[in-house]
Design a protein around this ligand. Sequence first.
Ligand code: SAM
Length: 283
Amino acid sequence: MNQPLNFAQNKALCHYTYLISYCENFMPETPSLYIVATPIGNLGDFSARAIETLQNVNYIAVEDTRHSRKLLTHFGIHTPLISLHEHNEAARSKLLLSYLQKNLSLALISDAGTPLISDPGYHLVTLVREEKIPVIPIPGPCALITALSAAGLACDKFIFEGFLPVKNASRQKKLNDLLYETRTLIFYEAPHRILELINDMLAVFGPKRYVVLARELTKIFETIHGDSLDQLKIWLNNDKNQQKGEFVVLVKGAKHHLSHSDIEAQRIYIYYLVNCLLSKQLH
Ligand code: SAM
């Protein structure tokens, strides 16, 4: 008869069982597409699971092969790369699906952060899932969540709008649609447009709306600075260095929610008032 295991043997067995299940989960027999997050600045944020996954798949789809090769080589990852960017995503997705159907495993990374979040990959993930092939997320850095976690704004409900339109008129229209939104608003912005964005926000939200700029997150010059829009503009203009780098812009939600029908009712009311005043002036 088998002897019962002592404490040390039991512990060793548990550890062994854990390792086996970890390995089975890590590399399932079914070919899979791994969506792997990479650092947004600090290389220490690359997770052990992300590195191991990228070392073990057959191919890694990347936005820019030269950019990613540098990062991957630094971590001893020499897996072959295939480019997948916004201009070739449709065609590349079909090719990558055919690889998965040939039992090859794949990973998708972007230049930085979590793929698909204002980055390519949506088409690929949809196609692969339609074919009932597993898509496995390997979570990690994401600029919007990193910023939100430290901004001191409400996190229970928020909306992420990504990049706003480049043209001023469309950008202001989009901001105007969000004027009465009560949830925290989160945007991505390129460094050369940060002042323009603050000016547009001033025009739409007014000088007293509280906004947080989260700049160069996880990097040497990381700055998370919040103030009213009028003060923020002065602060940015006083220090050109604060206009450099990558930004997440977080806007405190409006105090009271107005639905579209409320806004329409307000518009009709103002129209009616103006007409009354004008007709009185004419008499
Ligand atoms: N997929 C990425 C993610 O998970 O956050 C976002 C990619 S998007 C093309 C790039 C934008 O993300 C930048 O223009 C900036 O708005 C934001 N971003 C990325 N890294 C950042 C950082 N270290 N600090 C602040 N914002 C960052």
